[in-house]
Design a protein around this ligand. Structure first.
Ligand SMILES: Nc1ncnc2c1ncn2[C@@H]1O[C@H](COP(=O)(O)OP(=O)(O)OP(=O)(O)O)[C@@H](O)[C@H]1O
Length: 321
């Protein structure tokens, strides 16, 4: 653990969690408000790619504004004082919350609400021309009133600038396994996996190795949602199945999924209205580091997602990311 007790005016308290990139600590701001502060591990700062990923997360979290994206209060993207201050979510990430539940599943209305919020966040990101690349329960945070926010923008990039392909094997679209670039449709596929996970109580595809998972995502078809959970409203179940279409072009948009989920909650879906765009402009638009176009590369192996243990290489089967 870091010895630091303050950073940029935030008084640091207990450790909330330890990710592959950063240590997350509860902190108090100058006005006495409780926040979570992400501080990159020394190992993160020492490795250019990892440091740039953290810098990207800080920059984009501060740049985007949407009620269902984790909000950035304050931050420094690079250097020894790098940090990111975000809201404190007492229940931790959604995967941790699910693990605490006796049945490992949420009541249907709660699951529909979380999914509608994440679909709304993706609708916004895609409207901005961005791809998240890491939609999964580990990157979703839920407040006490059941509203969800999507976080971890470390791998997010603007399509116009290009970006390094990455993803988590349990959630990764077939075309990404095949070395194609990610897109809004691959985010929708990952959302489809989450739809099965939250509404059906299990992910649609399983495997004990990266190769097994790849075969499953490329060749198998998920059970129909009606079979998995007959209580799921038919239009939502149908869109969940379509979100997992093998061909990206056959998938619905995040907005279509958002609308179906809100209808299932008994609401009339309104258009998403954005006051201002966070498209890449000026400084933010300058392709930098890992998101420079020249760095686009096909995925031939899972994008490195280091283990919580120091220096260990990423392995999806040691931590169900
Ligand atoms: N805002 C928050 N409020 C409460 N707990 C949090 C918050 N952010 C993160 N945590 C806790 O810290 C853990 C690590 O956070 P996170 O996964 O974002 O780390 P990371 O290193 O940035 O991510 P990655 O492992 O994907 O590189 C989470 O699993 C969660 O338990």
């Amino acid at each position: 653990m870091t010895e630091t007790s303050t950073i940029s005016g935030y008084t640091l308290h207990r450790v909330l969690g330890r990710g592959n990139t950063s240590l997350v600590r509860l902190a108090t701001g100058a006005q006495g408000q409780l926040v979570a502060v992400k501080i990159p591990h020394p190992e993160t700062l020492a490795v250019q790619d990892a440091a740039e990923r953290f810098g990207n997360e800080v920059r984009l979290t501060l740049q985007f504004r949407h009620p269902h994206l984790v909000r950035g209060f304050d931050g420094t993207p690079f250097g020894p004082g790098a940090f990111l201050a975000i809201p404190y979510y007492p229940k931790g990430a959604l995967n941790e919350q699910l693990a605490e539940l006796p049945e490992k599943t949420l009541p249907l209305p709660a699951a529909l609400r979380i999914l509608a919020d994440i679909a709304s966040a993706l609708t916004y990101l895609h409207h901005q021309g961005a791809v998240h690349q890491d939609v999964k329960t580990q990157n979703v945070y839920v407040t006490d009133d059941g509203r969800a926010a999507l976080g971890d923008l470390g791998n997010t990039y603007f399509v116009a600038q290009g970006g390094k392909t990455s993803g988590s094997p349990f959630y990764m679209a077939p075309e990404v396994y095949q070395g194609e670039a990610t897109s809004s449709a691959s985010d929708v596929y990952s959302l489809g996996v989450m739809l099965y996970e939250l509404l059906g109580g299990d992910r649609p595809f399983h495997g004990h190795t990266y190769e097994e998972l790849m075969v499953a995502h490329l060749t198998r078809f998920p059970m129909s949602m009606t079979q998995v959970n007959p209580l799921v409203p038919r239009p939502v179940g149908r869109l969940a199945e379509l979100a997992l279409a093998k061909r990206a072009a056959d998938r619905p948009s995040a907005d279509q999924i958002r609308r179906a989920l809100l209808s299932a909650l008994g609401e009339t879906p309104a258009d998403e209205v954005y006051e201002e765009d966070a498209k890449p402009e000026a400084e933010a638009a300058r392709p930098m580091g890992r998101h420079a176009p020249a760095q686009v590369r096909p995925l031939t192996s899972p994008a490195p997602e280091p283990e919580p243990e120091k220096g260990a290489r990423w392995n999806p089967f040691r931590r169900r990311k």
